[in-house]
Design a protein around this ligand. Sequence first.
Ligand code: SAM
Length: 255
Amino acid sequence: MHMSGEWGSGYRELHAVYDRWQGSYGMDYSRRIFPKLVRTLARHRITPSTAVDLGCGTGTMVLMLEREGWDVAGIDASPGMVAEAERKAAGCSSAARFATEDIRTFTLPRPVSLAISLYDVLNHLPSVDDAFRACTAVRRALRPGGFFVFDLNNDRCYRRLWTREETIGHPDFTMTLANSYDGQEGVATSRVQVRFKDGREDLDETVLQRCFARKEMKSILAQAGFEQLEAEEFAFPGAPWAGRLKTWYVARVPQ
Ligand SMILES: C[S@@+](CC[C@H](N)C(=O)[O-])C[C@H]1O[C@@H](n2cnc3c(N)ncnc32)[C@H](O)[C@@H]1O
């Protein structure tokens, strides 16, 4: 059995099933959140230019932005996720570039106009200090006046969704997520096990997430040199009944 899981390691095993797993929710997160991102860009009069997707996963959002006229790069800490993104990009003659880099330490050859980081990527960082390092790296990667749009899971999300076991049945595999949340420490744990139906070796990976309060994030963004424009709690697209379990941030580098 393949086993992995530690803070900041990225998804070492889950790339093998990520798109099929997301598809089992009906539609992947990138497609669900895209209209909200498009509305945000329109609200702030952000037109297609250069962008980076931080924690891009298998590259779905990068490819969608490219189709809207953006010149996009994607970075992710997981070599497997990046390889999957490159494979998808090659399959549709995309010019998007991908790199295996950590959001806390990445650099870009040239500053870009927009950085996005969606589906709780920043929650994968263990501490305020790590989030500050990431936001500082993002600020340095943006041109003056550039925007940073990202989402985070909030405390309600962890209390509601990360405290129970979930089993997902897929034609190719069964996935079990054994979730728990330490509200005092603000640390959520998801032990993910994947059993393949064709006899391939099982996967076992632990994903850790840290809850960042809005007050913490506001201070991190200010210290990293951003102006915070929005911090809005919102419901998972496609599951409004679950309540406002996520927070949507828009920040800008001063001109
Ligand atoms: C929930 S997935 C989201 C992927 C993609 N944004 C999406 O919407 O499908 C979280 C992603 O963050 C990446 N990640 C976690 N920690 C990271 C870090 N320190 N630097 C860069 N990427 C990281 C993981 O490898 C994983 O691909």
